[in-house]
Design a protein. Structure first.
Length: 881
RNA sequence: GGGCGGUUAACUCAGCAGGUAGAGUGUCAUCGUGACAUGGUGAAAGUCGUAGGUUCGAGUCCUAUACCGCCCACCA
């Protein structure tokens, strides 16, 4: 057995092998099982052509922890993986690829381009999945889904049609955000506003047939080419007399009216606003109110179109420059001021977006948002941490219609057909033979595809087979928890909730666990452009997946960003090594027969009861923490138990029995050692699945895989309060002695006789039982217990404990001066404690109002410290004589 | 213009039912002992951003305030 475990933990030796073992044996596969309760998590699908970054590593680790834990708790646990076609970003990559080959999208045509895109998808589509496997994700690969799969595409089509038929999807001319680089419309959520230092230009618009003029202010002077009016506030005395008159639009020589509209803020700028209905959402509304019509002056690449007069063909910023120059030259430019404002950028490519009017498809949001909001307000939808609920609600309260059509080819094509003869619109599951209105067979399908998020919004049920009423859907839906980053609440979480309510009649998950961002060690966002990203795979390669996983979930709270430090990964790798070697120790000292027998809890010694009791408590607390999604706390408790209690104390305490003579005590020690180790492996397994499984397989008596074993439960019969008290007393005694010796610079190999002086019967018994602990752990060569200290000379170290005093006669090694110094320090410390306790107790309010238990505790402490101080003083006195 | 988070040991962070402040790393001292030097043992190190308040008692609750950061928002 032993020869199978190398001396040093080396994760590379087994991580891949263990993963294959689980996967090949179908341990990740979830089954519809009416005898079990389902527990379901849908993996947020990463981009199909993406690669693993720390954000993925973090949220997939969390999901894996939850799913492994629930699986062990006996649930039929489904973690469904998949990938997203990521329309814009994948299309952009493919465009780049073919560009490097000297081709364009248009040249290839739709079909040719899609073939390229599929090739690309097939080439890179498995990359991220293989990377996830390195992390140890225990998801059910037999249920792997892709948003462009036939089934999911069918779901998309179905939802589109249902919403259309309900009047919740419509087509219309509206102001949308246009990305001139991606050449598509994007939704509001896909626009990032960035504060930018810019200018505001004040421009004169002369009144027709008059010397008068109006000065307007604008931050986008090029849009003046499309101006169709100038608006002032109806109550504005400065301009009242001009309302209804006509202006001559500079440079264009177009006549435009002066209109009155309450939208105008009198105080801002000059109080007069140019109205460009085709290129500004507010102006659009004003235009509608006043019947101004439209004048589009920009083409899809962001250049000025044929409506822009002499500026036609100029790129938008070129045009701006030229227009400002011309205005200045012709005396229309009044002044240019600095002006900071938020400029919208395309979330994908960072190009400044242009608001412009366009015929697009929209989802009417109000009716869908309402129940989604109610679900939260009723408390059915729970956010971790809760503060994000407000973010969610706030977005829904101010929601606007969702532009879902994209001028892209990679994605779900709209199931919409038009008649070339009568312009009839037909929304249909299959291509209609004839126009339903005029009977013409000259039909064509809409060229556009849907927003990527339209399909991911259906993820919680489309992946389970919806619209078919599958067994999986019935059993696993709704899911239990969604784990994702707080940055996609709007894009995804909100949309899943309302889609699910609309199609399934219930919310898709009860809990939303939001992770923060993983930043670099200087707190910067990891990004490709900065080149500061840390590749999870490199970390795994160097330290192992378990160390990485542990690092990501400890010392970190939900929703808070974290900094990534390699030193922490190393520390966690060391922890794994610690466990590895503790296991080696156990195996080295295990008799063949012991492992075969059932653990019996008879014949336990004090430290056995103590460690079992501690384990029991840890099981309880860790489970409670996990129940509350306190993953970091749970992991921390397992860590502390393994290192501090099991390794540092229990193993050390038990050594004398293991090395001692054959017998019941030795056997029991082995049994408890093994029992605790097995339980600890279970507790740690969700967090560090590889090392725990690997060790588990080396332990005797384990028939099934750890991944399938049962989660430990708290057992009242293993709660040993008395033993805990006794061992804790002994621990504090050992610590006291070690401490005193270290302060006196006595090297551990120098052993001393230890004499305990106590009159307390209980302590005497504990000490008597605990002799061997002192012998082994406190450099003692012999122990004597006395009722008084008569005859004990001054050449001793005195360690004052609760109700007991330890003397270490070390003859030549004791420096009296130093011992006095040490005791003086001890004295000060005790005096401080007494003062604090006395202060509390002399506070009338405390004695009267604090819980009785606390008051009693405080009194006991005071008494204890006073007794200890008394002994220290006695000792000092005798040394000074 | 709204909303939110952070501010705790040299560094990074825990501390979620208010009751004498914790971890990892780093630092100092010490130890090649038969699980582990990816280790053991011991130590030093914090007026818990600031100012008020509630309370017998506040890192923890309330109110202000400062700095750092994030999100939302159609003032041209």
């Amino acid at each position: 057995m032993l020869e199978n475990l190398p001396k040093t933990y080396n994760p590379k030796d087994f991580e891949d092998r263990i993963y294959k073992y689980w996967n090949d044996n179908g341990h990740f596969v979830a089954h519809v099982d009416e005898n079990k309760k389902p527990f379901t998590i849908m993996m947020p699908p990463p981009n199909v052509t993406g690669s693993l970054h720390m954000g993925h590593a973090l949220n997939n680790t969390i999901q894996d922890i939850l799913i492994r834990w629930k699986r062990m708790e006996g649930y039929s646990a489904l973690w469904l993986p998949g990938t997203d076609h990521a329309s814009i970003s994948t299309e952009a990559r493919v465009v780049n690829k073919i560009k490097s080959e000297g081709k364009t999208k248009e040249e290839l045509g739709r079909e040719g381009f899609l073939k390229e895109a599929w090739d690309w998808t097939h080439k890179y589509g498995s990359t991220i999945k293989n990377q996830l496997k390195k992390l140890g994700v225990s998801c059910d690969w037999t249920r792997d889904r892709f948003t462009l799969d036939e089934g999911l595409s069918k779901a998309v089509e179905e939802v589109f049609i249902r919403l259309y038929e309900k009047g919740l999807i419509y087509r219309g001319d509206r102001i949308i955000n246009w990305c001139p680089s991606c050449k598509t419309a994007i939704s509001d959520a896909e626009v990032e506003h960035e504060d930018t230092k810019g200018n505001i230009w004040h421009i004169k618009y002369p009144v027709k047939d008059s010397e008068e003029y109006i000065v307007i202010a604008t931050t986008r002077p090029e849009t003046m080419l499309g101006d169709l009016a100038v608006a002032v506030h109806p109550e504005d005395d400065r301009y009242k007399n001009l309302i209804g008159k006509t202006l001559i639009l500079p440079l264009m020589d177009r006549e435009i009216p002066i209109i009155a509209d309450e939208y105008v803020e009198m105080e801002f700028g000059t109080g007069a606003v140019k109205i460009t209905p085709s290129h500004d959402p507010n102006d659009f509304e004003v235009g509608e109110r006043h019947g101004l019509g439209q004048c589009i002056i920009m083409s899809e690449d962001g250049s000025i179109n044929e409506n822009g007069g002499v500026y036609a063909g100029l790129e938008r910023y070129e045009a701006r420059k030229k227009i400002v120059e011309d205005l200045r030259e012709k005396g229309y430019l009044v002044e240019v001021k600095d002006h900071d404002h938020a400029v919208g950028h395309c979330e994908r490519c960072s190009t400044v977006v242009e608001p412009l009017i366009s015929k697009q498809w929209f989802v009417k949001m109000e009716p869908l948002a309402k129940p989604a909001l109610e679900a939260y307000e009723k408390g059915d939808l729970n956010f971790i941490p809760p503060r994000f609920g407000k973010v969610y609600a706030n977005w829904l309260e101010n929601i606007r219609d969702w532009c879902i059509s994209r001028q892209l080819w990679w994605g779900h094509r709209l199931p919409v057909y038009y008649c070339n003869d009568c312009d009839e619109i037909m929304v249909s599951r299959t291509r209609p033979e004839k126009c339903t209105k005029c009977g013409s067979s000259d039909l064509y399908q809409d060229e556009d595809t849907l927003d990527t998020w339209f399909s991911s919004a259906l993820w919680p049920f489309s992946t389970l087979g919806w619209p078919e009423n599958t067994e999986d859907l019935q059993y696993f839906f709704p899911t239990d928890v969604l784990v994702t980053g707080y940055d996609i609440i709007f894009f995804w979480v909100v949309r899943m909730v309302f889609s699910s309510i609309e199609q399934m009649g219930e919310i898709p998950f009860k809990d939303v666990f939001l992770t923060g961002l993983v930043r670099d060690s200087e707190g910067r966002k990891m990004s490709k452009s900065l080149g500061n990203g840390i590749d999870p795979l490199e970390v795994i390669d160097e330290y192992g997946a378990d160390a990485l996983r542990f690092t990501l979930v400890t010392g970190n709270t939900p929703g808070n960003d974290m900094r990534f430090y390699m030193e922490r990964v190393e520390a966690n790798r060391n922890f794994a090594n610690k466990l590895w070697n503790a296991t080696r120790f156990v195996l080295m000292n295990l008799d063949e027969d012991v492992s075969k027998e059932q653990v019996s809890f008879d014949n336990l010694e004090e430290e056995d009861r103590w460690i079992l009791s501690k384990l029991n408590k840890t099981i309880k607390e860790v489970t409670e923490n996990l129940d509350k999604y306190e993953i970091g706390l749970a992991a921390g408790k397992v860590y502390d138990f393994i290192w501090d209690e099991y390794c540092d104390w229990y193993i050390e305490m038990v050594k004398s029995r293991l090395y001692g003579e054959e017998g019941l005590s030795k056997k029991t020690a082995q049994k408890v050692l093994l029992y605790v180790l097995k339980n600890v492996l279970k507790l740690l397994h969700p967090f560090m699945p590889f090392i725990t499984e690997e060790i588990w397989q080396h332990l005797p008596g384990n028939e099934e895989a750890l991944i399938l074993s049962s989660w430990p439960v708290y057992k009242e019969e293993l709660n040993f309060q008395e033993s805990e008290r006794a061992i804790e007393f002994i621990k504090s005694g050992i610590k006291g002695i070690r401490n005193a010796r270290a302060e006196m610079n006595i090297i551990p190999s120098k052993k001393s006789k230890q004499i305990f002086v106590t009159a307390d019967e209980e302590i005497k018994e504990i000490l008597n039982k605990g002799k061997r602990y002192f012998l082994n752990l406190a450099s003692a060569e012999d122990i004597e217990i006395r009722e008084n200290k008569e005859g004990l000379g001054d050449d001793n170290i005195s360690v004052v404990l609760d109700k007991c005093e330890a003397y270490l006669p070390l003859k030549d090694l004791i420096d009296i001066e130093k011992e006095i110094e040490r005791l003086e320090k001890e004295k000060e410390k005790l005096e401080g404690e007494i003062k604090r306790a006395a202060g509390k107790l002399s506070n009338e309010g405390f004695v009267k109002k604090a819980p009785e238990k606390l008051v009693l505790e405080e009194q006991e402490k005071k008494k204890k410290y006073e007794e200890m101080l008394e002994k220290v003083l006695e000792r000092l006195e005798s040394l000074r004589k």
